[in-house]
Design a protein around this ligand. Structure first.
Ligand code: CUK
Ligand code: CUA
Length: 646
């Protein structure tokens, strides 16, 4: 070990803690003692000082992470990496009553497909709403890859408000990505299938009858909801579509979607054929789809779309004829497609190639204008030349996946899956600037507001697929590892490892915390899932129980430390509906509500009205109570459901 004195002096100066360092009060440990006892290096202390957020202080950025297979969103602070909240999205979440009260069940029910309730999701890509290409902190969108759906979360209360099921896809991966003013939310398909999904079509007819596509969901910002009738899709060939991004600045009005397996290989037809991964790697390149969504929207408005399952779809034929769809060869099996903050460059990297390819929007536009097409694909779509549209090719390392941008101009970061590294590089000049090891096998990476027109730089999070030996073992299923990296200097510095305990978060977005302005209470009597006054709301003193036939409807209230009514009487077989309004105005005075054994739970934040409903199917005595420790008399906040024989 190095002598402690110089390090001590350095750190005292660096951290501005001279007085603390020099001498500690009698009996208390000094910083030097702690460093020695915990075997911490100077680097460790610097990293700690850069990430530690003292009690009562707040983080600079708030990250919204996909919760992967949990179907939820995880909210955490940066740089502390402290988890702040889980948001139930595609999956019931009991704390928030999500899926256990009637209002939220109605949201989850919007995500039914083919009449089936789906109670999980494979969330991949969250997207923040934007105004003029900048994060505005109003809404968050996230996709479900397994069951092609998209959800809208309102950041006034961090609640899921809407789920839309894609009417023509059977899986998707290229969502959610927003256009610069959140006019549309982009969702591209993944594995091709017949678009109308009504009949069995044999794999032999894959090339003719299976299709991919990209959906543009119209977002009504005032309503805070997607408007399905004004949404549309552009039909695409059965190349497995992948990630997307919207153009910005000069490329605004266009969108870009990757693909893989443009071989259109299908396995399983006859014995002796190569497996999928081999059949899908036969060519040297795949196709990037370039779509003029602004013009597509005009064509739809003119009635040029056909209806499939009640949804507007522009056919490949129409898209080609109207000049809104082009292809460009791209490196094999790409993952991310990312438009630079100024909208001039589009970066693509192929997992099976060591290069990132930077396309020039100016050159793409010029080639389109000149009608300079290399060829047409099997579906008649013009293919622009890779060479004609190329800005730079940069060798960054093995397994490049995703790219994010910095506040410093021309600086980008690309995740290297195979090398387990982050490469920092210059996309204007085309050279690598720095590399740092991550642990291990990084998928996406994210910089602060790094996919907007105004990246904030400062920090980068590497979303590592494997954590292997980084954490205390918890069995064969390991947490993922989000590693925080300081990118404010020329050399990147690893600061912190954060285990993600809730599924595989593919992508995360982080916003300047000052842009978020969530409320602390609702207007009294609000149904938070519709933002409208609840029909079940009552004021203090107006509580009542109404019986009609075998239906009992309770209009109750909650306030420290009392549930009104104190008893609910029912007969076996009655349908019981209980509306509860939280009359509190104080911040953080949430009451919960449950009735023993009826599988209902409500989280009733100040002002909210929540409804639970069930059939009193068995005679007996059932306590109900408040599930949040809300006051000294919390345990007394209770009552009885009395179910009598008929
Ligand atoms: S992701 Cu979805 S497979 Cu690289 Cu965008 Cu992980
Ligand atoms: Cu209300 Cu405990």
């Amino acid at each position: 070990m190095k002598p402690q004195k110089p390090i001590a002096a350095f750190l005292a100066a660096a951290l501005g803690i001279g007085a603390l360092w020099a001498g500690s009060a009698a009996g208390a440990e000094s910083l030097q003692d702690v460093m020695k006892r915990r075997n911490l290096s100077q680097q460790d202390l610097l990293a700690a000082a850069k990430t530690y957020v003292p009690t009562g202080k707040r983080d600079e950025f708030v990250a919204f992470s996909s919760g992967g297979q949990s179907g939820q969103v995880i909210v955490y602070g940066i740089p502390s990496m402290r988890i702040l909240k889980y948001i139930g999205v595609f999956t019931p979440e009991p704390w928030q009553g999500y899926g256990y009260d009637e209002e939220s069940k109605a949201v989850l029910a919007q995500g039914r497909i083919d009449g089936r309730d789906i109670t999980w999701g494979d969330t991949h890509h969250p997207a923040m709403s934007e105004t003029q290409g900048k994060y505005d902190g109003q809404f968050l969108f996230i996709n479900d890859k397994a069951n092609p759906r998209l959800a809208v979360i309102d950041l006034r209360d961090f609640e899921t408000k809407q789920i839309v099921a894609n009417p023509i896809f059977r899986s998707e991966h290229g969502g959610a990505f927003v256009t610069p003013n959140t006019e549309y939310i982009i969702e591209a398909a993944q594995y091709a299938a017949p678009l109308d999904n009504k009949k069995f079509v044999p794999l032999e007819e894959f090339n003719e009858k299976y299709r991919g596509g990209v959906t543009y969901w119209k977002f009504d910002r005032k309503e805070g909801r997607i408007q399905t009738k004004d949404s549309f899709s552009v039909e695409l060939p059965p190349y497995s579509q992948d990630l997307s991004d919207a153009g910005k600045g000069p490329s605004d009005g266009w969108s870009f979607t990757n693909s893989f397996c443009s071989e259109r290989y299908v396995g399983g037809i006859e014995k002796g054929r190569p497996p999928y991964e081999a059949g899908c790697s036969a060519k040297d390149t795949d196709y990037m789809h370039v779509v003029n969504w602004k013009k597509a929207a005009e064509l739809v408005a003119k009635g040029m779309a056909k209806k499939i399952n009640g949804h507007n779809v522009l056919s490949i034929e129409t898209a080609v004829k109207e000049g809104i769809l082009f292809l460009i060869p791209e490196p094999k099996s790409p993952h991310g497609v990312m438009v630079s903050p100024d909208g001039k460059f589009i970066t693509v990297s192929g997992k099976l190639d060591t290069h990132v390819i930077v396309y020039s929007w100016e050159k793409i536009q010029a080639a389109i204008k000149a009608g300079n097409f290399e060829a047409k694909d099997a579906y008649g779509i013009p293919v622009l030349g890779m060479k004609e549209t190329l800005h730079k090719t940069v060798q960054v390392g093995l397994g490049p996946l995703h790219t994010q941008y910095d506040s410093k101009s021309c600086v980008a970061y690309t995740s290297l899956y195979v090398d387990s590294q982050i490469a920092k590089w210059d996309y204007c000049e085309g050279r690598v600037l720095d590399k740092i090891a991550v642990h291990y096998n990084v998928g996406h990476l994210m910089t602060m507001e790094g996919d907007s027109m105004d990246p904030k730089g400062r920090y980068l999070v590497a979303m590592n697929k494997l954590s292997i030996d980084r954490f205390t073992p918890v069995g064969p299923l390991h947490p993922q590892n989000h590693q925080l990296i300081d990118i404010s200097n020329d050399k990147m510095q690893l600061l912190y490892d954060m285990p993600i305990p809730l599924g595989e978060p593919h992508y995360v977005v982080a916003i300047d915390a000052a842009k978020l302005k969530p409320g602390v209470r609702y207007k009294v009597g609000t149904n938070s899932r519709t933002d409208a006054p609840s029909a079940g709301a009552v004021r203090a003193g107006e509580e009542k129980t109404v019986r009609k036939g075998n239906k009992i409807e309770v209009f109750g209230t909650l306030i420290r430390s009392h549930i009104t009514p104190e008893t609910i009487e029912a007969e076996v077989g009655d349908e019981v509906t209980i509306h509860l309004t939280n009359l509190e105005r104080a911040q953080d005075e949430t009451h919960g509500f449950t009735v023993s054994t009826y599988n209902v739970h409500a989280s009733v934040e100040p002002g909210k009205t929540v409804t639970v409903k069930f059939k009193a199917d068995k005679e007996g005595v059932y306590p109900y109570y408040c599930t949040e420790f809300c006051s000294a008399l919390h345990l007394e906040m209770q009552g009885y459901l009395l179910v009598k024989p008929k």
